[in-house]
Structure formats: structure tokens, C-alpha cells
Design a protein. Sequence first.
Length: 93
Amino acid sequence: MSGSQVDEKEAKEQSKEVTIIVNARPHPVTAKEMSFDEIVALAFDSSQRGPQIVFTVTYRKGDDKKPKGTLVEGQTVKIKDGMIFDVTRTDKS
């Protein structure tokens, strides 16, 4: 393969759209990896955030190495087509 063919293949892989499910709603994404904050943003808009709010993110149907788990703030997870995320919001008061 020539250099341009390799670049085109990498570009297609990077922009490949997959669908993830966040709180029972489908979301098309192109990212290969997403952060805790990005997943929370898909589940709740910014008006539902604040200093007294804590989010919990769990997932299933993930990468073969870690098909299910929990994300905490600051962590990322590899994205797989059909992956399911459950994001819950809790008020600390």
C-alpha cells in the first residue's frame, strides 16, 4: 500500500460511526475512546449538574478485555458498537 492509501484507511477507521446506548437512548459517535465526562454529557445536559450532584456511570457490552465495568471521573473507556451505558445522577444533600 502507498502512503496515501494507508492515510485514507486510518482516516476511515477514525471516522467510523458506531452507535452507543446511553440511558436507553442511541447516540452515534465516531470516537474510539470516551471519557466519563463525555458519557455524562450525553446523558444529562449542563443544567442538571452542580456541586451537590454526583454521577455514576456503568457500562456493558464493551471491549472483549473489559466487557463491563464502572467509570469514575477522569477515566476513559474504549468504545464498541452497541455498547450500553447507564448514567445515574444523585444529589449529595
